[in-house]
Design a protein around this ligand. Sequence first.
Ligand SMILES: *Cc1c(COP(=O)(O)O)cnc(C)c1O
Length: 458
Amino acid sequence: MNKVPHRIYLREDQMPTQWYNLRADMKELPDPLIDPATGKPATEEDLYPVFCKELAHQEMDNTTRYIPIPEEIQEFYRMYRPSPLIRAYNLEKKLDTPAKIYYKFEGNNTSGSHKLNSAVAQAYYAKKQDLKGVTTETGAGQWGTALAEACSFFHLPLTVYMVKCSYEQKPFRKSVIQTFDADIIPSPSDTTQVGRKILAENPGTTGSLGCAISEAVEKAVTTEGYKYVLGSVLNQVLLHQSIIGEESLLAMQMIDEYPDIIVGCAGGGSNLGGLIAPFMRDKLTGKTDPRIIAVEPASCPSLTRGRYAYDFCDTGKVTPMARMYTLGCDFIPSANHAGGLRYHGMSPILSKLYHDGYMKAISAEQTKIFETAIQFAKQETILPAPESAHAIYGAVQEALRCRETGEAKTILFGLTGTGYFDMVAYQSYMDHTMNDYIPTDKELEASFAKLPKIPGIQ
Ligand SMILES: *Cc1c(COP(=O)(O)O)cnc(C)c1O
């Protein structure tokens, strides 16, 4: 039997030229966004003040199955894609499992994550619409870096609101973002009304993604020629990230493989939604039935302990409301080091699929995650981002189950990025100063009690 190579690469001319829109194959669609001002479903036009037009269109497009990737974006992708599909031979050996473990590695670019896949698309469409600039938020800093790279490439000014606790924990993230000429402001800040309000109510706050989103949106809508862009959660972002899954599917076909189990970490859902997209297509159309597992931090457990309800996408309650698994938009997670997984909600597409039983979710405490991350670094010589380590953890659990049952399942997981900017977190794990705070039911109930009341809906 020929041994499968360690790294499986597509040739440039085999790369996908279309994004796949999962919504076109869903049996039931996610519930529509609701405009908080009217209580009615938002239209594409309602999104124009916030998003650029093409992206607003992609956000609302539930029917176009394949969307051609513009040539300029394909050209940009070719600088760092295809990303490798890697067979984790050493990890398999270490776990003594009959399972075959593959991972799709998205950390081979300066942003150190999959986020560049959507950043380049969003910067491209903004430039094409002749915008004067864009604003965004960033949690751990990967999205801010990715977007700064993309905006710099297309000569588009960018202002980034970075969650304060990450800004303080990761000073070099700030420097990288500045290298690409973006402005960066720790959030909450006094540069917006909503930031000043949040600071007044909660002066010691270390911030949250929801709060940084509110600031970025306010800045965009109050600055002429500016729009807002977002790195996760939205349908358009899952669409762009489908490149991860389409490449994975093609690479696996090259070696006659197909995953029985697919695992991804879930913050806002973009890498997981992208990774699973073509496999979910097969599942929805009855071709195959892979098991799909989302892994989230126990400190911010939106799928495993959240409510499936309409909620705001941000703390400042300025965005439309989406029906999703949420911990409540006022929920501020403890200072969890997996900064990119600290969002209170979850992609409405993934929320709907999870609600309808097409995927499972588990959560894990962060010390377990770092233990897994360090083991993985030693076996596979990639230092994973803490976010990505959640996916490794889920894959390892499945591989260990295979060891018990003797089943040689094929496992695919998404290794979303590298952890070089997370060494403060790694160090605190090694120094045993990291804690595993998990919100109590009472804390979550208090947050759920504040979910918006919408007459006739909830
Ligand atoms: C942002 C990020 C995540 C989580 O975001 P999703 O939208 O859930 O994919 C995971 N891993 C890395 C490395 C990230 O930067």
